[in-house]
Design a protein around this ligand. Structure first.
Ligand SMILES: [Zn+2]
Length: 238
């Protein structure tokens, strides 16, 4: 067998292995698993965002409640002071009016805060509801993910033997391939799944670039292999 024939034989085994691996990556279960992985990740981001929202809403709520408590405390003080004043014979009407106005102001402020608190509680309820919904969706997605993952594992195991066989074949043929050619093959293989291609209509059938006359001439020799100057694939004249 010629150098070229061995190299092509090696490539054939390599392509077989690639086919098996690509087949494994594109099974229906694998595609579904990829989709569900994406969904799970999105849901985790949503949950993190909702947790953050709930925390900041709870902090605002605590602040409002403590403001409300402070105002109620002021109101209590005012009430008791007013009672003392009312019992005082020397108190003027003006002073009492001023106190009453203070009490009214405090009541207004407390009323405003109460409204804010109840609006915030409603928002917090909604956030909690959304969180629970997202979490239940996430649980469902996780179950589906686990199921698909198991299917994909079985597919992998089933294919593993065939891949091992292809690899063994590659190893066996590799011993017959010229080491310099093998190095060139491996270099081209980094960028191309099929590193050895025939010349077709005086062009590289890998990248479609026209091949210079001088190179074509060299390729016409028996067992000649040349690198494509454009794509680096190994060329031969079929
Ligand atoms: Zn090329």
């Amino acid at each position: 067998m010629t150098k070229l024939e061995y190299l092509l034989m090696y490539q054939k085994a390599d392509l077989k292995k690639q086919d098996l691996e690509n087949g494994l990556k594109t099974t229906e279960s694998r595609k579904k698993l990829n989709r569900i992985t994406k969904i799970l990740r999105e849901q985790q981001a949503i949950l993190a965002k909702l947790t953050q929202d709930a925390e900041s809403q709870q902090a605002s709520l605590a602040k409002l409640v403590s403001q409300q408590q402070a105002l109620e405390h002021d109101l209590d003080l005012n009430h008791s002071e007013m009672e003392t004043l009312s019992a005082d014979d020397e108190v003027t009407g003006e002073e009492l009016t001023e106190f009453r106005q203070d009490v009214e102001r405090l009541n207004r402020e407390i009323g405003k805060l109460e409204k804010e608190v109840s609006a915030l509680l409603e928002t917090l309820d909604k956030t909690t509801e959304e969180y629970q919904k997202a979490r239940s969706l996430g649980t469902k997605a996780k179950k589906e993910y686990d199921r698909l993952k198991a299917v994909v594992e079985v597919e992998k195991t089933d294919c593993a033997a065939a891949i091992t066989t292809a690899e063994k074949e590659m190893d066996t043929v590799a011993r017959q391939v010229d080491p310099t050619l093998m190095a060139k093959y491996k270099r081209a293989r980094v960028h191309h799944s099929m590193p050895v291609v025939p010349v077709s209509n005086e062009k590289c059938s890998g990248c479609n670039m026209s091949i210079p006359m001088a190179v074509l001439k060299k390729l016409s020799a028996q067992d000649a292999i040349m690198e494509c100057e454009n794509c680096g694939r190994l060329l031969y004249q079929p």
